[in-house]
Structures are given as structure tokens and as C-alpha cells.
Design a binder for this molecule. Structure first.
Ligand code: WT7
Length: 658
């Protein structure tokens, strides 16, 4: 955690009790905690029955006979898409707007629940006509357009499994995800809009599939960017040409509660991203439950907006499954907050009268830098709940969010969770909890967490420790695709009976939890998870590079930033000297993984600090990258290495220009 954040934590002591009027109308009351405490499993069973439609009701809530492999609502059957669509239409809410979509250039589409249901039915028939069956994997590589939502729900509707790949990931990253899951079909677009121009997507799909060897037989292409695309006859199909050719009607068949819904890849401590597997009944239960209570959703009147891309888990749970299961009306926006000028988000909030807004601290901090005049030029009075996710929100940003965006009136809920947890785990409940800026506060009703020492023993108030989840929860990951051992090893081997989240935390005297950042080699850049090992292996794949070490250094806006230390191969020094090697390596990483992984700084060094057993001491490199005096170097094989690196950095050889 940056040291200015720690100062800030110490100095912000304001508390925000619920506004009585808000509390009187809130969907959550203190009874929610009592119900869950009385009988946790009965609580979840009731939530699930209340929030979802079960084609075949379940009779068993949890099967934990073979930990860590949980089965929730196991003998029940449901259809996830039916829950997000048909049942709202059947209940008479077909005319309710599901999506207020706005493209970056300013084009708009308003899609009701009836229309979205019709779109998904056709898309489901199209997938079936292309040979996609229950359990098959479909890769989705799309911009933030309604078709992304339609594609995900169509896959879910026929019991296939989607693997959404964020549109900012490279062809290489796409390929490794297609391979790992043996996807049969890719759904993509020609391109999408970002920062005023079209970014092409189809070429990355073509590159990913170029040398064959995958199970992909068809590529469905949505026309969005209008950019020219290469076409592989017999493989590529236009979405808009195929859809009219299939039946409009489609009956949603039920699937078992534990039927897989999706795979979503996330970075871990090793070079290879893990395919996190989520299933249907438990996932949808907790998605709907958290979306309703954490955001105090009143679906008839609220307009909800989560700014996340569907390529991340936040987009899965809080753009697609949670809000649609709850019949919410939401805003979906394609582009960046800065286009055509800063303040586009506030313009959208004013235009659509958004009442619930969910975004990341990194975005809030960049708005703070631009100044409060920009949001203050807009009418944001419709807002009544604000949410934050992705990394700890520093109290200064929390206060700014509440004051400037929330008009000093709205609750701000800081929500802690992970790709693996599937849905929010720790958060205040607006209308119930007295808010404490900077703390994610308390586990939600039905969730059990603890802060423990390395030995697994609960630590005392205000002592640092590791965050663990002590009881299975409905939306927990069911495993890592194709690798049950890695699932056990990564999350359950450290403490045996507790899920190890990878986060440091402390609990204060009031019982509120403060997240202290990752304790492993995982970085958090702009609320997205990146692995040091993955970027290091991308760097050493470059012909110039002999060795590389990557650290996450604190960054004022993005939380952490990628900083790389690189040794150039002796044999390539002349070649490297002839080009801008920093720029070359930075774009190499962007090509290999995606722009999000591009290092902020690259330092060319002669040696890396290593222990006698050859382990790179990233901690020391982080000290240097953050401009701190370097810590204890006595365990280094060569204690002079750090002095040389520090001196070199002070000489200003860094490159951080874009
Ligand atoms: C990691 C999970 C959950 C969706 C977005 C990221 C960090 C997430 C918070 C928060 C402090 C947070 C943790 C976690 N994190 N939310 N409110 N306060 N830290 O999902 O990519 O799976 O990353 O993000 O370190 O382990 P993800």
C-alpha cells in the first residue's frame, strides 16, 4: 500500500451513519444479518428460492462432503438465461428497458426485456445451428456492445460455456485461452470504438487462428466498427446475416444447478492464466442477492450503471448476470470516460438519470486529478448509491466520490471480492452499515471470513494478517478449468479448511476489515489483476532479453504500475543500442499480452538482485522503483547489485513516456 494511503487512513476519522429516510426505504435491514446468523444454509436456500426461478426446485442446499469441491442446490434445475430474461417478460415487465446502450460516437440503442429476450432466443438457435451443444466452449471477444450481452446469454441458454476474453487482450492471449478451453466457436466483431477511433478485433482472431490446430470451426462476426476485415470463407459468418435465417422461437431447457456457466481467465502467480470455472445455480443466487442488497436495488425505479467491461468478472456479475436476474434497467457504455472530452460519464449519468453507479478507485482518482469542475457542471442529483471495486479505495478518493459525485448525500460501498469468489463477499450495506471510508467493512450476511496469521490462527484487532474465507459460499469457483490439483494447491493447501484469498488484511477494533493488497506476486493495475511471472515470461520471449524481473510499484492513479528490470543479452547489445529498446520492449509486452500489461517503466540493468539460491528479490526492486531506501540486502548473493541499480535509476535512464 502506498505510504500516502497509510497517512490518509490515519487521518480520516469521519463516519457516515445511514440516512434515516434512506434506511426506511432500503431493501436490506439488520434482520438480514440475523437471519443468516441463525441458519446460514437456510438463509441461502431462502435467498435462492426468492430471487430465482427453479424449473426443478432443489431439496439440498450444500454438499460439502468432498471439500474443496462444493455443490450448491445440487438436485435443482434452472436455466440462467430464462432467469435473466423470459421470466421478466412473463411477469409483465417486457416493456421495461434492460439496456440503455450508448456507443462511444454517440449512437444509442434502447433495448427492453422483451427485445433482449427475442435477440437471445434467435442467437441461441443460431449457436445450435452451428453445432454448439451443451457443455461446448464458446470464446467471446467483443467490444462493449449489446451483442456481448446477447452472446453470453445465448451461450448460457443452451447450456454451453462461455469464455469471454477482454477485447484489450492480444491475439496471443486469445489463442492461449481458446486452446486451454478447446473452444469450438469464436464470437467477435470487426472492431469497436475507443478514444475516437475504431480498434480492430477481427485481425486478432485471424492471427490467433492462423496456424490452425484449434477446435474452432466457425467465427461469428458482429459488424460494429465498419472497418474492412479479411474473410475466411467457410469459417467466418456475419452475425447480422445469420440471425434472420434461424427461428425466432426458442424454449429454454433447464440444466443442473452445478452445470458450468462460464470460464474466465485470471492471472495468478505463475506465467499461465487460470481458467476460473463458475456454475449456474449458486453463482446466479449470489449474483442476484449481492446486486440487490449491496446496491439497494429497486428495479422498478432505479437506473443502474456499472462501468466495467464484460471482459472482467465485474462485467459478468454486475453488468450481465446480477442486474438482469433482478430485472434492472441499466446503462451500457462502449467507450472511454474521456471521449470526446473528459466528463462523458457524468453526461451519461445526467442523461439517463442513473441512480446507482459502480466503478473502480483508479477511475475516481483520475477524475480527481481533472478537477471537480467537470462533474459539477452536470446534474448528478439522480444518484443515490455509489459503489467501488477492484482495489482498496483510499479515504481521500472515497470522500471525493461521496462529496463531488454523490452530492454529499449518497452512501459509498466499497466491495471486496475476486474473480474466484464470483460475487461480492465483503461490503457495507447501504441503509444498514455506518460507513467508514477506506474499509471494505464486513462480510455480507451468509458469508464467513477471518483474518489469520501465516499459521492459520486468527489475529487480534488491528494486527495484520491474511484474509481467508472460512465457509463455502454459493458463487465460489468450482475449480480451475482442466486442473483440479492447481485449484486445491492455489487456494486450499495453505490452510487446509479455509480458502486463502491472496490478500493481506487487518480487522480493526469495530470488526471492520481493511484490505492491504496482495501478498503474492500478483499486481493490481487499475483494478485489474496482472501476474509478474506472466510479464516476465513475455519479456524473456523477446530476442534481446536475457533476464527480466517485474514488480508492481505504487502509482498515484492506477494503484500499482508495472515496472520491469531487464538484462539485455550480451550478443544483442549492439542491436539493442540501435533502437529505442525501452519503447520496443514496452510494445512487445503489449503485443504479447495486451496494452494493460505494458510496463510503465523499463530499466535496463546489468544484474538482478538474487539470493544465493537464485531467487530474485523483487521486494528490493520494488523499494527502488518506489523511490524508497532499499531494504535489507544481506541475503543477496552479491550485495553490491542493488547499489548499482539504484545509482543507475537515480541517473534518470527510466522511460515512462507513452
Ligand atoms: C483482487 C481480485 C472483484 C472484481 C475486480 C477484481 C483486489 C478487489 C477490492 C476492494 C481491496 C480489492 C484484491 C483481490 N480487490 N476489490 N474493494 N478492496 N482490494 O477482480 O481481478 O479477480 O482481482 O482485487 O486484491 O484479491 P480480480
Amino acid at each position: 500500500m502506498p505510504s500516502d494511503t497509510i497517512d490518509n487512513l490515519l487521518h480520516e476519522s469521519r463516519r457516515f451513519p445511514p440516512d434515516p429516510e434512506f434506511a426506511a426505504n432500503a431493501v436490506a435491514g439488520p434482520d438480514l444479518y440475523e437471519d443468516a446468523r441463525r441458519d446460514r444454509l437456510a438463509f441461502w436456500a431462502n435467498q435462492s428460492r426468492e430471487l430465482l426461478h427453479w424449473h426443478k426446485p432443489f431439496t439440498r442446499t450444500l454438499d460439502w462432503s468432498n471439500p474443496p469441491f462444493a455443490k450448491w442446490f445440487n438436485d435443482g434445475e434452472l436455466n440462467v438465461a430464462y432467469n435473466c430474461l423470459d421470466r421478466h417478460v412473463l411477469a409483465g415487465n417486457g416493456d421495461r428497458v434492460a439496456l440503455h446502450w450508448e456507443g462511444e460516437p454517440g449512437d444509442t440503442r434502447t433495448i427492453t426485456y422483451a427485445e433482449l429476450t427475442a435477440d437471445v432466443k434467435r442467437a441461441a438457435n443460431l449457436l445450435t445451428s452451428l453445432g454448439i451443444r451443451e457443455g461446448d466452449r464458446v470464446a467471446i471477444y467483443l467490444p462493449m456492445i449489446p451483442e456481448a450481452v446477447v452472446a453470453m446469454l445465448a451461450v448460457a441458454r443452451i447450456g454451453a460455456i462461455h469464455s469471454v476474453v477482454f477485447g484489450g487482450f492480444s491475439a496471443e492471449s486469445l489463442r492461449s485461452r481458446i486452446d486451454d478451453a478447446n473452444a469450438k466457436l469464436v464470437i467477435t466483431a470487426d472492431g469497436g470504438y475507443r478514444k475516437g477511433s475504431v480498434f480492430p478485433l477481427k485481425p486478432a482472431v485471424d492471427a490467433a487462428l492462423a496456424d490452425g490446430g484449434t477446435d474452432v470451426r466457425k467465427v461469428l462476426v458482429v459488424r460494429r466498427g465498419g472497418n474492412d476485415v479479411d474473410w475466411v470463407e467457410g469459417r467466418d459468418l456475419w452475425w447480422h446475416e445469420e440471425l434472420p435465417q434461424v427461428d425466432a422461437d426458442h424454449e429454454a431447457k433447464p440444466f443442473a444447478a452445478e452445470h458450468p456457466l462460464y470460464i474466465l481467465y485470471t492471472s495468478g502467480t505463475t506465467g499461465k492464466p487460470k481458467g476460473i470455472v463458475h456454475t449456474s445455480g449458486g453463482y446466479l443466487t449470489q449474483a442476484a442477492y449481492t446486486h440487490k442488497y449491496v446496491f439497494d436495488l429497486h428495479p422498478e425505479t432505479d437506473v443502474y450503471w456499472c462501468s466495467a467491461d464484460v471482459g472482467w468478472v465485474t462485467g459478468h456479475t454486475y453488468v450481465v448476470y446480477g442486474p438482469l436476474a433482478n430485472g434492472a434497467t441499466q446503462v451500457l457504455y462502449e467507450g472511454t470516460p474521456e471521449y470526446p472530452k473528459p466528463g462523458r460519464w457524468w453526461e451519461l449519468i445526467e442523461k439517463y438519470r442513473v441512480s446507482i453507479f459502480y466503478t473502480a478507485p483508479t477511475a475516481i482518482r483520475s477524475f480527481m486529478k481533472q478537477g471537480r469542475q467537470i462533474p459539477q457542471g452536470r446534474d448528478l442529483s439522480s444518484l443515490r448509491v455509489l459503489g467501488s471495486v477492484g482495489e482498496p479505495i483510499n479515504p481521500e478518493a472515497w470522500i471525493w466520490y461521496r462529496e463531488v459525485i454523490g452530492g454529499n448525500r449518497t452512501p459509498v460501498v466499497d466491495t471486496w471480492w475476486q474473480t474466484e469468489t464470483g460475487a461480492i463477499m465483503i461490503s457495507a450495506l447501504p441503509g444498514v452499515t455506518t460507513l467508514k471510508p477506506g474499509s471494505a467493512q464486513v462480510p455480507l450476511p451468509g458469508i464467513s471470513v477471518d483474518v489469520v496469521s501465516d499459521a492459520g490462527v486468527p489475529v487480534g484487532a488491528d494486527e495484520g494478517g491474511l484474509l481467508v474465507i472460512t465457509e463455502p459460499w454459493p458463487s465460489m469457483l468450482r475449480g480451475i478449468w482442466g486442473d483440479p490439483e492447481r485449484y486445491q494447491e492455489t487456494y486450499w493447501s495453505k490452510f487446509g479448511d479455509k480458502y486463502f484469498a491472496g490478500d493481506g488484511a487487518r480487522r480493526d477494533k469495530d470488526g471492520d476489515i481493511w484490505l492491504m493488497g496482495r501478498v503474492d506476486d500478483v499486481m493490481n493495475v487499475s483494478g485489474h489483476r496482472l501476474s509478474t511471472a506472466e510479464i516476465e515470461s513475455a519479456l524473456v520471449a523477446h530476442p534481446f532479453v536475457a533476464e527480466a524481473a517485474v514488480v508492481g510499484a505504487s502509482d498515484e492513479t492506477t494503484g500499482q504500475a508495472v515496472v520491469a528490470f531487464v538484462i539485455i543479452k550480451r550478443s544483442h547489445r549492439d542491436q539493442a543500442a540501435a533502437v529505442d529498446v525501452n519503447a520496443e520492449l514496452r510494445s512487445h509486452v503489449a503485443r504479447q499480452i495486451g496494452a494493460i500489461a505494458r510496463p510503465r517503466d523499463i530499466y535496463i540493468v546489468e544484474e538482478l538482485p538474487k539470493t544465493r539460491s537464485g531467487k530474485i528479490m523483487r521486494r528490493l526492486l520494488r523499494d527502488t522503483a518506489e523511490g524508497r531506501p532499499v531494504g535489507d540486502t544481506t541475503t543477496l548473493a552479491d550485495t553490491t547489485v542493488m547499489a548499482i541499480i539504484t545509482e543507475k535509476l537515480a541517473g534518470g535512464v527510466a522511460s515512462s513516456e507513452d
